[in-house]
Design a protein around this ligand. Structure first.
Ligand code: PEP
Length: 249
């Protein structure tokens, strides 16, 4: 069984004071817990990364970005390179989140290029896949996830360089989740897809994301092939995010 990773995607939330308070609270809890049974990753919005990094220094919490550009530098106004994230102390970066795929029209090919840039900068790429409600209703969940995954994996992907997050689009921020049986089937399919492409695929961490909260975390984290959670809304509340970690057993 893989060690669980609980990742918080703060999205576009958190001014300096809130970010510092939330990160400081979690850092104190993580440090105070001695040897927590789970890894915890904070992915604040880009302007807060430096501040959060300084706040959690020495706590054992990991720091990540929410996106990166595929190029290491250049004329890309408003974008952030993987190297810049690494320079700020990030060890991870989320790529291919459905909000990026939808809001910015990101394709699997672009996600793979971003993931490759992440690996090139020494970061771990947290690659998101997941079906829309229409695709789910059409019975296409496994096809969509398999296709997105195959198309989004960068060359050189291995258990130490990539994490996969299965996030059904219809479950994000809606309070709805798939059944634990459905989560198990999709995670198993993702594991199988990885097996054909990555040596040691059983060690790749596959996170579930989509309306994870303290009340459903234990049952979701107990599903086979679920190696942690990518958490949006509940990661903004220290008590809730911490409770999700504690549910890892
Ligand atoms: C997310 O956006 O990655 C996410 C899982 O959001 P939420 O937990 O709010 O559904």
């Amino acid at each position: 069984m893989n060690r669980k990773l609980i990742a918080g995607n703060w999205k576009m939330n958190g001014l300096s004071a809130e970010a510092e308070a939330l990160a400081g609270d979690l850092a104190r809890r993580y440090r105070g817990a001695g040897a927590p049974a789970f890894d915890m990753l904070l992915c604040p919005p880009a302007p807060a990364i430096g501040l959060v990094g300084r706040t959690i220094a020495g706590s054992g919490l990991a720091l990540g970005g929410q996106d990166c550009h595929a190029d290491p530098k250049g004329a890309h106004t408003g974008d952030i390179s993987a190297e810049m994230l690494g320079d700020l102390g990030c060890s991870h970066v989320i790529v291919g989140h459905s909000e990026r795929r939808q809001d910015h029209g990101e394709t699997d090919e672009q996600v793979a290029a971003k993931a490759a840039a992440a690996l090139g900068a020494g970061l771990i790429a947290v690659i998101c896949v997941g079906e829309t409600l229409e695709e789910r209703d059409a019975g296409e969940t496994l096809d969509v996830c398999g296709r997105q995954l195959a198309g989004s994996l960068p060359p050189g992907a291995n258990p130490d360089t990539v994490v996969i997050a299965y996030e059904p689009v219809w479950a994000i921020g809606t309070g709805r989740t798939p059944t634990v049986d459905d989560v198990g089937v999709t995670h198993s399919h993702i594991r199988g897809t990885l097996s054909g492409r990555i040596a040691g695929a059983e060690r790749v961490r596959i996170l579930y994301g989509g309306s994870v909260k303290p009340s459903n975390a234990a049952e979701l984290m107990a599903v086979a092939n679920v190696d942690g959670a990518l958490v949006g809304g509940a990661s903004l509340v220290a008590d809730d995010f911490w409770a999700i970690g504690a549910a890892c057993g």
